[in-house]
Ligand binder design. Structure first.
Ligand code: COA
Length: 188
């Protein structure tokens, strides 16, 4: 097992090809996917053929970046995942993201792991700025961003080629950012 980092309660590790079932099960909960695909599950084939191969390739191509499984240190139970990846909309940023099983919500796990990933990003990787985006109405995700020190940067609407078949209101989103100096001043 390749461990990226550990926090008080969490272990963040590399995914492997054996994790398909965990990922498919996570995305099978419409509440988990509510602000991502409007509730639609991810087909198993998408993980097998597209997402996991893409994720596994990042570990070698960009050490320290990518998608990381989050599991409890005490039991090893899979809780969800984080990503710290190239921002596909604005390449000057590295984008933070997270997705957790509903049973794990509200216990501070996303905040705990995201804070550790920011430290990893700014200290180990030497990043200059980190972004995070979510659909406007995803209050829980926005709260995690705020608790980690990210600040609201702008509202925007995902273009139709990114989110097809949805109204402009349904595509309304927000971007939060934190710079390295902002993060450092929060640690003082
Ligand atoms: C967003 C998500 C990762 C948060 O994970 P979590 O482990 O529950 O997060 P935390 O416990 O660290 O913090 C959640 C915060 O949001 C708050 N929150 C959760 N739902 C909320 C809501 N509907 N309205 C307002 N605040 C809300 C919690 O009260 C908590 O804040 P607090 O500590 O000030 O009380 C989790 O809900 C999730 O996986 N959702 C589905 C996937 C998703 O939407 N991912 C983000 C896509 S951009």
């Amino acid at each position: 097992m390749h461990i990226l980092l550990e926090t008080g309660r969490l272990r963040l590790r590399w995914f492997t090809a054996d994790d398909v079932d965990l990922l498919v099960a996570l995305d099978a909960d419409p509440q988990v996917m509510r602000y991502i695909t409007y509730g639609k599950p991810t087909p198993r084939e998408a993980y097998v053929a597209t997402y996991l191969p893409r994720w596994l390739a990042i570990y070698a191509a960009q050490p320290g970046f990518g998608y990381f499984a989050a599991e409890r240190r005490d039991t090893g139970a899979f809780l969800g995942w984080f990503h710290l990846r190239n921002d596909r909309l604005e390449p000057e940023y590295v984008e933070l993201g997270y997705r957790f099983q509903q049973a794990a919500w509200g216990q501070g796990y996303a905040t705990e792991g995201a804070r550790a990933l920011l430290q990893h990003g700014f200290i180990t990787l030497g990043l200059e700025q980190v972004s995070a985006r979510t659909l406007r109405d995803n209050r829980g995700s926005r709260r995690v961003m705020e608790k980690c020190g990210l600040r609201y940067a702008t509202g925007f609407v995902y273009p139709e080629d990114v989110i097809a078949g949805r109204s402009e209101d349904e595509r309304a989103a927000v971007k939060y950012v934190i710079t390295r100096s902002e993060w450092l001043s929060l640690q003082a």
